[in-house]
Design a protein. Sequence first.
Length: 154
Amino acid sequence: MAQWHAERPDLDVSPQGIIGRLHRLAARLTEELVAVYAEFGLGEGEFDILATLRRSGGTFELAPGDLAAQSMVSSGAITKRVDRCVESGWVSRRVSENDARGRVVALTPAGRALIDRAFEAHMANEARLVAGLNELERARLAHLLEVWGRALDV
């Protein structure tokens, strides 16, 4: 930033101090999160599918379109992720009872047991990752990120 300021004093380069740090932090956080998923034989995509189904409650099943909406990925990505989870026995795919053209993806007992264990480890990992911030700092950061996300329509 100092170099850019020296070369282009006419520009406000201060956003780099935020964007650059967030970019590096996001990459590091992803590394830390993926390492825990891998301990359970999961990639990010599989973890996301299992976690989305688990938190849906009830029968722990959703239509692929609902999975895509809640996971914020394309329907093509959902199909690939679900295929991998079906192959591993963590989810099942069946025809919808309400629409013969529709499909439903549901957690299997093995998938539920796996995501319950993996999610406990995931939450412990996330707690470890934010441990350097006190409760007030975490609350402020969460609020600022929420406000910024709304401003960017995220």
